[in-house]
Design a protein around this ligand. Structure first.
Ligand SMILES: *Cc1c(COP(=O)(O)O)cnc(C)c1O
Length: 372
């Protein structure tokens, strides 16, 4: 049996799949992978128990995981996840974008959910191990990437609810992906959700916690019913302050040309602290676009769009990168941002970010990590 050791002393046992896809099968799957439907040959698993800590790290064939019906995560939803991508660079190498930020966020989510933290070198070690064996699955096509999904859940067997689980399973799977929203940079229409709340102060909104998504699907379905692509979440108390767009953060562009500036809702504890959001807050000023965190209400949004002061709005996140928001609908009617087409600031920031991720721009921040 092969193995490789991480700096934390834990060894990844390598159990290669006997049923790897052939290069022809892989090429056919990479032709048009969609998002999150195709998976690579392997996965990485690491177990945790209260007495042993993290143990039994391995690379094994991708496949079903048998679970006892009384597994804690299935009943009480102790489950967190991350999302990042591996990109093919022009020289053929593979890189990730700020993976240590994902490792840190996983651990912040873990603390909120009373779960154990995973040492950063095990997080990046898992990615390295998977890419070492499944690196051929990182697409070479423009705008495509290998989406990495690390997740962790409670594996105690039993229905007692008086304490968090004492055992956990961390898994890393990978999925070659095309554009998240089919059709490239297509502006979306959003629905301002006043009937439902994503997160409340003191709740779980800041954690990348699976239950936040379960609680959002009905509002997302309502948005679709209203003819919209995505839901925009408002604060839990007044249903007035803009928070985020289920799965992506929001940025507002005021003014244009040399006077353009960006505002994104501040991290009040109910928003998910996106790594894309954080990166843009640093990149925009370097491109001459001041960027600040603050508050914006739905009335301000509507009024600034009507007066022309607000010129662009976009959503940002790992999966869909940067997506322009063109139309807004809510109980008070609907309005348009600018002329409804992707704006220059939106496209400039998108090109800059994508350029860094795919290795077409030089990385002065130390954000790009060679992992393959
Ligand atoms: C993951 C996520 C984001 C975006 O975070 P990135 O690190 O930029 O991908 C935004 N909102 C929610 C609810 C999320 O789960």
């Amino acid at each position: 049996m092969n193995s490789s050791t991480t700096t934390s002393g834990l060894t990844f046992d390598i159990q290669p799949s006997a049923q790897r896809k052939t290069p022809q099968e892989r090429a056919a799957l990479l032709e048009s992978p969609g998002f999150g439907n195709v998976f690579t040959d392997h996965m990485v698993t690491i177990r945790y128990s209260e007495d042993k800590g993290w143990y039994d790290a391995r690379l094994e064939p991708y496949g079903p995981i048998p679970l006892d019906p009384a597994t804690a995560a299935l009943h009480y939803a102790q489950e967190i996840f991350e999302g990042l991508k591996a990109y093919r660079h022009p020289d053929g190498s593979i890189a990730c974008f700020r993976p240590e930020a994902n490792a840190a966020r996983l651990n912040r989510s873990a603390r909120r959910m009373a779960m154990p933290e995973l040492p950063e070198e095990l997080f990046t070690g898992a990615i390295e191990t998977l890419l070492e064996h499944d690196g051929d699955w990182v697409p070479t096509k423009a705008d495509n990437s290998l989406y990495l999904r690390p997740f962790m859940f409670a594996t105690d067997v039993g229905l007692g609810v008086n304490h968090p689980s004492r055992n956990y399973l961390f898994i890393l799977i990978a999925s070659p992906s095309g554009s998240y929203f089919s059709g490239g940079v297509k502006p979306v229409t959003v629905w301002l959700s006043e009937d439902y709340t994503r997160a409340a102060p003191g709740g779980t909104g800041e954690a990348k916690f699976a239950g936040n998504y379960a609680a959002s699907f009905l509002a997302q379905a309502q948005a679709v019913e209203k003819g919209c692509d995505q839901v925009v979440w408002l604060d839990a108390v007044e249903h007035r302050w803009v928070e985020e767009m289920g799965g992506m953060n929001l940025c507002f562009v005021f003014g244009s040309g040399e006077n353009a500036r960006i505002l994104t809702p501040g991290l009040t504890g109910t928003l998910l602290p996106g790594i894309t959001r954080d990166s843009l807050l640093k990149l925009a000023p370097e491109l001459g676009i001041p960027a600040e965190e603050g508050r914006i209400s739905t009335e301000q949004w509507r009024e600034a769009a009507a007066s022309g002061e607000l010129t662009e709005v976009f959503a940002c996140g790992t999966a869909a990168v940067i997506t322009p928001v063109a139309h807004v609908k809510g109980s008070q009617g609907e309005f348009q941002i600018g002329d409804g087409t992707p704006g220059p600031v939106t496209m400039l920031l998108r090109d800059e970010l994508v350029g860094l991720q795919y290795g077409h721009r030089s990385d002065s921040h130390g954000w790009v990590r060679r992992l393959g």
